[in-house]
Design a binder for this molecule. Structure first.
Ligand SMILES: C[S@@+](CC[C@H](N)C(=O)[O-])C[C@H]1O[C@@H](n2cnc3c(N)ncnc32)[C@H](O)[C@@H]1O
Length: 359
């Protein structure tokens, strides 16, 4: 019976029946509800959607990551078989740009096992159309990897995983919840306090009413993959908006049609995301035995990999598109655009020296 209800009605009915739900439960339902979640039903990426990502801005983004992956594969001794896994591959654009470049390295294509991890059926169809020639397989979990190193790439994936929010009060931390007030969705607090000792050291001295966000799903994904990379060799490259060390403050945001929107409005039609706690991901990766590079900004990373030279070459080869190439370059690396907001995180097997990070 609930199948015929909109997601909004289903969420409100759930709250009326069971009481308020955590922000993580609300975010998870909004984004990945099996039939009506934002990523399950719609086509969110691109000018006609709600937001544009780096690979959709320019081929240069994926091409440079392609060179980066070949560099690591060569550092590992050009293994005859390896897995390349992308988390949340969107329209498949990033992986198509990566592989167009990387498969020029002799032996890379033959050694490649391409794996994709995706929740959205419409986006899976686009990935299949763009990447079929590379014989991709879609993973349902992170088990049963083939032998050989594992290279993982994720652009704007971790920000889409549900976060919990906690607010500091005099008797401890209280989980933030979504409930109904006069029939409208509203934030409230769980009455049960959580002792401060259960929270990370970095937030112990938080002032009253401070918000702390924790992404348990992100930590779990990183933990599982880092353990595999620790055994089989390889790396994890994560590009996203976020911060270098665990901190307080609210970052939960809604975006609809390229503009900020209230996260409580239009569930299933609004993109909801939160900044990534790269400090927490680094701790998880180190616990698994991996080395972690100092976080780079996207601007630093792409510039160190040669985006300036690549932009000049593309503009020189096609003068009619020179202004577009320069605009895309500035958008990807400019401080006022994506260059500083987005960060690049890399965890890898000890001994590798991934390019693009400060020495
Ligand atoms: C913001 S989009 C980024 C897409 C692509 N990486 C890009 O840069 O254009 C987030 C991607 O992660 C996928 N995604 C979100 N939550 C997911 C989940 N829980 N499991 C698997 N994929 C998920 C989305 O369907 C989408 O492909």
């Amino acid at each position: 019976m609930t199948q015929s209800l909109t997601l909004e009605q289903q969420i409100d009915l759930h709250i009326t029946t069971n009481g308020p739900m955590s922000v993580a439960t609300y975010m998870g339902l909004c984004l990945t509800h099996p039939s009506r979640g934002y990523y399950r039903a719609g086509e969110p990426i691109g000018r006609a959607g709600d937001f544009i990502t780096a690979p959709e801005i320019s081929q240069m983004f994926g091409e440079l990551i392609g060179f980066w992956l070949v560099n690591l594969w060569q550092q590992m001794g050009e293994p005859k078989a390896f897995t390349l896994l992308e988390l949340g591959p969107g329209r498949g654009t990033l992986m198509a740009d990566i592989l167009r470049v990387a498969c020029r390295a002799p032996g890379f294509r033959d050694a490649l096992n391409l794996r994709l991890f995706e929740t959205s059926p419409p986006l899976m169809a686009e990935q299949k159309a763009r990447l079929d020639v590379y014989d991709p397989k879609w993973l349902e979990n992170f088990e049963n990897f083939e032998d050989g190193p594992v290279l993982v790439v994720a652009n704007e994936f971790f920000d889409a995983l549900p976060i919990r929010q906690f607010i500091r009060k005099s008797d401890g931390w209280h989980e933030r919840q979504v409930g109904l007030l006069d029939g409208k969705r509203a934030f409230g607090l769980s009455p049960t306090p959580i002792p401060p000792q259960s929270m990370p050291d970095a937030v112990q001295d938080a002032a009253p009413d401070t918000i702390f966000e924790a992404c348990l799903a992100g930590g779990e994904v990183m933990s599982r993959l880092a353990k595999i990379v620790a055994v089989q060799g390889g790396s994890l490259l994560v590009v996203d908006y976020g911060y270098a060390a665990t901190q307080t403050g609210e970052t939960l945001q809604g975006v609809r049609r390229h503009a900020y929107a209230d996260v409580l409005d239009a569930p299933g039609e609004t993109d909801i995301s939160a900044h990534v706690d790269f400090g927490a991901l680094a701790n998880v990766a180190r616990q698994a035995g991996l080395a972690v590079q100092p976080l780079a900004t996207q601007g630093q990373f792409l510039t160190r990999l040669g985006i300036g030279e690549r932009a000049a070459a593309l503009a020189g080869a096609n003068p009619a598109s020179a202004a577009d190439v320069r605009a895309a370059h500035d958008r990807l690396v400019g401080d006022a655009q994506m260059g500083t907001l987005f960060k690049v995180f890399c965890a890898h097997s000890p001994g590798l020296q991934p390019p693009g990070f400060a020495a």
